[in-house]
Design a protein around this ligand. Sequence first.
Ligand code: SF4
Length: 167
Amino acid sequence: MSQKILISACLLGQPVRYNGRGLSLESQLLDLWKEKGLLVPICPEVEGGFPTPRPPAEIEPNMAGTDVLDHGARVKDVTGADVTDGFVAGARIAVRAALDAGCRFAILTDGSPSCGSVRIYSGRHDGEKREGIGVVTAALRQAGIEVFAQHQLKELALRLEHRAIML
Ligand code: SF4
């Protein structure tokens, strides 16, 4: 059976980002996976009940998605509102969607406090980034799903190839 891949909906151009826009990711690999019907799009923040557009949010300084899930770290939007509960709810829904669809892999938008998997924003709303992962990435990895950023599609292709050989 072909391997389904969870993907951040904004990477497919869906206008679900905090600013009401989508992203455009040009990639032959992505086009191929899309044609084969392997992609399972989701926006965890929309699933968590947030409107679009919405104020941008960041995980508090020196914390990451795992700390939000396990140690009470908070996510706050640019107005100072605590939006942690919606982020955690969206992450739980994303895990459920991935497991229900049989996804063992995910492609998520790096930089996001939900979907980041390499870097996230500082937590000070100052435009600076730091190493870290978002809440959805943390939840998916805890569920055994491998997460790749949108700039790691070749690495994912190699993983899929390796897995196909091993099965
Ligand atoms: Fe939604 Fe994730 Fe894209 Fe943010 S990065 S808009 S949470 S899919």
